[in-house]
Design a protein around this ligand. Structure first.
Ligand code: CTP
Length: 479
């Protein structure tokens, strides 16, 4: 079904006139296609990257367009993919020649650009992404929608233009993309398509981790990430991507003792944190905060199920997982590791009477991430018992208040020792050596324990006393 509708308003930006003109000069048909058109109909924020398909050479059209644009922007050519990119202000114009064969982006073979528009649309991922608007001056803005993509947009359906098996085997990443779009747009994946994913899931192995991770980030950034991760699980894809999470699924019972299903619990935590923050890495920390529970699970007849040291084991697992998914191995990874490692600390705290020294230690260890840690812990409360939930939240509120209070008084965050190593050396006429480290550590401990305030005078007195106790003699020459 090709709808005879015009949508000139989608092409209001002057750049579309330039595109139209350049294509006409070359005697080419050209269309705007893909995400830009989809998002126009969805009324979503208009995308900054615009896909243009030419019936003929996409690279040739890119060059002609760049020539006509003010400042003659550079044309970046991706020869193997037969594509080209031109930047214009904040827009990124992506050009491709219509293809008859597979769309695959990972193909090592150069792509033959010899298809019609319909050939190209056939080879796209979903009907909603195959919508095209004509750039022909005589049909400017005409919608070409051979698969009822507009209808699917209205009904909220993710459907492939061809048999799902064909579309997915052209590029298996599309299996995850289907889930990502369903999660992002709150759409439903059509049944045959969903079944096909279940059948072909194994093919995800040939897709590069970078592309998979890109999609995972997008799922993670949705309002309710459990939708996407739940679908990844349901289709069996998750086992290839994040087996550590799948290992958390299930409830075991022994001697009448059951533990919670840590997979579904984790997804609830991720949804909770998504309500609280846009911080992508805090969301990752929530997803991974319990991964150490599978390898540490034990049953002890006296106490029931235990997961001793799961935070430590989990934080060690983060490195391997990040490496495998090509996630950054820099400060971001360290941040996620730290949050996983510390994820039970405030809980332990809030179970007891909250002492100042425990709070000081928490702030000392978490530093500037202490608020994020609290947010994670609050998200971790998934009890269905309203009384308990209220109590936990209240306790955490108390911890937060104590953090502010202790911080104002003791400035533990980004702790700088109030007495420097040089001062210690001078005080006892020492050369650099282990004694300095020992005294510094003792000062820090005394501050964290609340024995002395975090101030220079009292810390210096403490240092002198400690040194004497260690058998050091104070330097009497200098004050
Ligand atoms: N496409 C495809 N198969 C893929 C990736 C992309 O068929 N595996 C096609 C779709 O027509 C898609 C277009 O290429 O609309 C552009 O892809 P991309 O920029 O990755 O996605 P968008 O649809 O633009 O959406 P988003 O920006 O949300 O990723």
């Amino acid at each position: 079904m090709t709808t005879q509708k015009y949508h000139k308003e989608a092409l209001a930006h002057p750049v579309f006139k330039t595109l139209s003109h350049a294509a006409q000069e070359l005697g080419l048909e050209a269309y705007v296609i893909g995400g830009y058109v989809r998002d126009f109909f969805l009324g979503r924020d208009q995308k900054k990257d615009i896909d243009i398909v030419a019936i003929g050479s996409g690279i040739g059209l890119a060059r002609a367009v760049a020539n006509e644009l003010p400042g003659n922007p550079k044309v970046t050519v991706f020869k193997n993919f037969g594509t080209a990119m031109v930047r214009h202000g904040d827009l990124e114009l992506e050009f491709v020649g219509a293809r008859r064969e597979s769309y695959s982006r990972d193909s090592r073979k150069p792509i033959v650009e010899d298809g019609t528009l319909q050939d190209d649309q056939n080879r796209r991922d979903f009907t909603i992404n195959a919508l095209a608007l004509s750039l022909d001056p005589l049909e400017f803005g005409k919608l070409l929608d051979p698969f009822g993509g507009l209808d699917d947009l209205e009904k909220g359906i993710i459907r492939t233009p061809l048999e799902p098996a064909t579309t997915y085997s052209d590029d298996p990443l599309r299996m995850i993309r289907a889930i990502r779009f369903a999660a992002q747009l709150d759409f439903r994946i059509e049944r045959d398509s969903l079944n096909a994913i279940g059948v072909q899931k194994d093919r995800i192995r040939i897709v590069s981790p970078e592309r998979i991770t890109d999609e995972l980030h997008k799922i993670m950034a949705t309002d309710k990430p459990s939708i996407g991760f739940g679908l990844l699980h349901k289709t069996g894809l998750l086992g290839y991507i994040l087996p550590e999470l799948v290992a958390l699924q299930g409830i075991e019972e022994r001697e009448g003792q059951r533990h919670k299903d840590n997979f579904w619990h984790t997804l609830e935590v991720v949804d909770n944190i998504a309500q609280a923050t846009d911080n992508l890495w805090l969301r990752w920390a929530a997803l991974l905060h319990d991964i150490g529970k599978a390898p540490t699970k034990r049953f002890d007849p006296k106490v029931g199920w235990t997961f001793h040291g799961h935070e430590f084991v989990g934080s060690k697992m983060v490195y391997k997982l990040f490496k495998r998914l090509r996630l950054p191995l820099n400060d971001r990874m360290k941040y996620v590791q730290k949050l996983v490692m510390m994820s039970s600390r405030p809980i332990v705290l809030s179970n007891d009477y909250v002492t100042d020294s425990a709070v000081r230690r928490l702030v000392f260890d978490a530093g500037d991430d202490v608020e994020d840690l609290m947010t994670l812990c609050e998200a971790d409360i998934t009890t269905k018992n309203p009384k308990k939930q209220k109590r936990y939240l209240k306790n955490f509120q108390l911890v937060r208040e104590k953090i502010t209070e202790v911080e104002e008084r003791d400035r533990i965050r980004n702790f700088q020792p109030p007495v420097t190593g040089e001062e210690i050396m001078e005080a006892f006429s020492l050369k650099p050596g282990w004694e300095i480290g020992m005294i510094k550590e003792a000062i820090k401990e005394a501050i964290l324990e609340g024995e002395i305030p975090n101030e220079h005078g009292p810390a210096r007195d403490f240092m002198l006393e400690k040194g004497r106790a260690m058998g050091l003699s104070p330097n009497t020459n200098k004050p």
